[in-house]
Design a protein around this ligand. Structure first.
Ligand SMILES: Nc1nc2c(c(=O)[nH]1)N[C@H]1C(S)=C(S)[C@@H](COP(=O)(O)OP(=O)(O)OC[C@H]3O[C@@H](n4cnc5c(=O)[nH]c(N)nc54)[C@H](O)[C@@H]3O)O[C@H]1N2
Ligand SMILES: Nc1nc2c(c(=O)[nH]1)N[C@H]1C(S)=C(S)[C@@H](COP(=O)(O)OP(=O)(O)OC[C@H]3O[C@@H](n4cnc5c(=O)[nH]c(N)nc54)[C@H](O)[C@@H]3O)O[C@H]1N2
Ligand SMILES: [Mo]
Length: 668
């Protein structure tokens, strides 16, 4: 049989958005490779995607619609036809709407696929239905709020420019796991004699790519940035010409804020020595082009937006913004490349349905009334695993009077609680167009193989449901490819000058046009922003700054999984070494715990069994639980998010996954 190679794009929630070449033989994907034409990933894939074909053709794929036959959560189901599934959903929803109104139905989705059409497929449908709206804040809205406080809508530099820096700071990012191709920039910097620093709370694998690693206390980075700025101001290391002409509020910062943050104070907050903070300040000031690559985890704290805002001020003091190879890179914002209104159809919203914060699904399912949530439709998300306060989420999902539909590729922890399960295509089985939050690439991809079993894409399922409910809008009758064509038919400033033919042919294309200047209210970088509750940056405490339990809990990404995705792959689970809790050997000894033993981490929200891994890469008073395991493969009956709370960030309504404490004991 002949092998055909097709271009595709990695659909997962990762800043790199790699280009892929898929080899198809006899209708099956037999291998995937990195696409050498992709400008950022340059032909290599991460360890998860190197064998994507094993996920696509996994024996665990769901292949038919299912209806529940046992108790909720038991995982007992019987196959049904698509006709029965769609008719059941429509009739149950009609009954819910008649009794409680359409707001009693809640969609729940996040980032199982990042493709623009499939990811947003439910938006027009649920707007038209009149359902409650979901505030999709689980990832990093506080990071966005922090950047915007200082930089407004200013475009970030292309990530590749970091290679031209002479001091690259990987600040709160485990790039070896979450953006492996960005490490090419780190290598470029080092090859030219420059320096790479990592600032994290424990020593991740990225430390081996850095010349020096600084470990700070969780959520204290804002104090580090203030301490560095204090020293820059004190020692006259600032770029006054830049500050005078391009920045608003430096004098106010210097007069009112920086005196409160001498190095000794910042040392107490961050845990770094005064000498380390001084060294960082002087080195930063003497760099020709300092570049900060900012991760997201440090924004997932009660003070997360303020932390990001404070760090974003730092490059302004040395005139690093606007200089090639310098500045700060949080993410790329490329949504405006497409006329998203055509797809999101907010004009279909009737009245003002309530907005439910996705981090507080537990509260929504258990506590909301007027109306209560009676119907839940989950698509490309796995809230039983990824959403904070797992015990509250599972309690809600177990409600006998809650009608739950889950559209999934696998029998996830969430799907086990469904009344109806619908099988979803993988990205190799449907069309989409992709943008990226870590590069300026866009790329269109068509299905490379036929759907596995009877699976259907998000777009197709919402078209079926719309037809069953009698929705007349033309959009619901279009195919995903037709929707993509319509998006591409409308020119946007961001797509100006791109090679439309290459895009149509499925090649990766870089957006070049970016509006220059500082896109803030004042047209300057705004250290002072009077529209905010705190007009100047200050250090705010985290939720758990003064908590009483002994360990701060880091719920970090693992290189061999992506949130709760990829757990179907035994080899990747094995490479994680099981569901581990990592702890400093001295802390373990003080507790009488031994490496490899089953331990229980606990707090007021729940208890979770882990395998203990002692390592001096983790500092004292910290424990690390990487990965979001499926319960089927967890050592106990819960996974890490039974220990994380529904509390939100200071701005943006974001998750606070890292702002939790636990104690640890031997499992009895
Ligand atoms: N392999 C893999 N890749 C992924 C993911 C995954 O789970 N696995 N997740 C994807 C998703 S959804 C996202 S949003 C992105 C980014 O996902 P993020 O979760 O933002 O991950 P990183 O940006 O790598 O940053 C995490 C690092 O920040 C550190 N950290 C935690 N608290 C602090 C702090 O207070 N200060 C400092 N300095 N560091 C801190 C953690 O220890 C960790 O090493 O990655 C994506 N890519
Ligand atoms: N403890 C802890 N919890 C976390 C995090 C953490 O670092 N630590 N990270 C948080 C962050 S940053 C994020 S962004 C969230 C991510 O939250 P989610 O986006 O919910 O994360 P995933 O686990 O990737 O779940 C996506 C699901 O979508 C399914 N899927 C994939 N493609 C399709 C498709 O085309 N259609 C349908 N219907 N389904 C599809 C996959 O099989 C998978 O089960 O998790 C958060 N939770
Ligand atoms: Mo995320």
């Amino acid at each position: 049989m002949s092998v055909i190679t097709k271009r595709s794009v990695c659909p997962f929630d990762c800043p790199d958005t790699c280009g892929m070449l898929v080899e198809v033989e006899g209708g099956k994907a037999v291998s995937v490779k990195g696409d050498p034409l992709h400008p950022f990933s340059r032909g290599t894939l991460c360890p998860k995607m190197r064998h994507y074909e094993e996920s696509v053709h996994s024996p665990l794929r769901l292949t038919t619609p299912l209806k529940r036959t046992g108790a909720k959560g038991s995982g007992e189901f019987a196959p049904i036809s698509w006709e029965e599934a769609v008719a059941t959903i429509a009739s149950r929803w009609r009954a819910i709407i008649a009794e409680h109104g359409a707001e009693a139905i809640l969609p729940y989705s996040y980032a199982g696929t990042m493709g623009i059409v499939q990811r947003n497929a439910g938006h027009p449908f649920f707007h038209r239905l009149g359902a409650s709206r979901l505030d999709r804040t689980i990832c990093s809205p506080a990071k966005g709020a922090g950047w915007q406080a200082v930089m407004g809508q200013t475009a970030t530099p292309p990530p590749e420019t970091a290679g031209k820096s002479d001091l690259l700071i990987l600040w709160g990012i485990n790039a070896a796991a979450t953006s492996i191709h960005f490490l090419n920039q780190a290598k470029e910097v080092q090859a030219k004699g420059g320096t790479v620093w990592l600032i994290d709370t424990y020593e991740t694998p990225t430390a081996s790519a850095a010349d020096r690693t600084f470990l700070v206390r969780p959520g204290s980075d804002g104090a580090l940035a203030l301490g560095i700025m204090h020293i820059l101001a004190r020692e006259g290391l600032t770029d006054m010409a830049f500050l005078d002409s391009q920045v608003l509020g430096y004098e106010e910062l210097k007069r009112e804020v920086l005196p409160l943050y001498p190095p000794a104070v910042c040392s107490r907050i961050t845990g770094l020595a005064v000498e380390e903070i001084e060294l960082m300040a002087r080195f930063f000031a003497s760099a020709r082009a300092p570049f900060i690559r900012l991760g997201s985890a440090l924004s997932r704290y009660g003070n997360g937006a303020m932390t990001v805002r404070t760090i974003c001020c730092l490059p302004a003091l040395v005139g690093a913004y606007g200089k090639e190879g310098a500045g700060c890179f949080p993410d790329t914002a490329t949504g405006a490349a497409f006329p998203m209104g055509l797809l999101l159809r907010e004009d279909l919203i009737q009245g003002s349905p309530r907005l439910i914060n996705m981090n507080q699904l537990g509260q929504a399912l258990n506590e909301l009334s007027d109306p209560p949530v009676m119907g839940l439709y989950v698509y490309h998300s796995n809230p039983a695993a990824v959403t904070p306060d797992q015990n509250a989420v599972l309690k809600g999902l177990a409600r006998e009077n809650l009608f739950t539909v889950v559209h999934e590729r696998f029998m996830t922890d969430t799907a086990r609680y469904a009344d109806i399960v619908l099988p979803a295509t993988s990205s190799l089985e449907h069309s989409d167009i992709y943008r990226s939050y870590g590069t300026y690439c866009i790329q269109r991809a068509q299905g490379a193989i036929d759907p596995v079993g009877e699976s259907k894409s998000n777009w197709e399922v919402f078209s079926l449901l719309a037809a069953e409910l009698g929705f007349q809008e033309e959009l619901f009758n279009l195919s995903a490819d037709q929707v993509i064509d319509r998006l591409l038919a409308v020119p946007t400033p961001l797509r100006q000058g791109i090679d439309e033919e290459a895009l149509a042919a499925g090649l990766p294309v870089e957006l070049a046009a970016r509006e220059g200047g500082y896109r803030t209210t004042s047209g300057k970088i705004e250290i002072l922003n009077r529209q905010l509750a705190h007009p100047l940056p200050v250090y705010l405490p985290t939720h758990e700054e003064n908590g009483t339990l002994p360990f701060r809990l880091m719920t970090a990404p693992n290189p061999y999984a992506l949130n709760a995705t990829f757990y179907e792959r035994e080899e990747l689970r094995a490479r994680q070494g099981g569901m581990q809790l990592r702890m400093n050997p001295a802390d373990a000894a003080a507790k009488g715990l031994a490496d490899g033993e089953r331990v229980v981490a606990w707090n007021a929200l729940g208890e979770v069994t882990f395998l203990l891994k002692t390592t001096d890469k983790v500092p004292a008073c910290l424990v690390v639980a990487e990965g979001v395991w499926w319960l089927a493969y967890a050592p106990g009956s819960r996974s890490v998010n039974a220990l994380t709370s529904q509390r939100l960030t200071d701005e943006g309504g974001g998750s606070t996954f890292y702002d939790n404490r636990v104690d640890v004991r031997r499992e009895l």
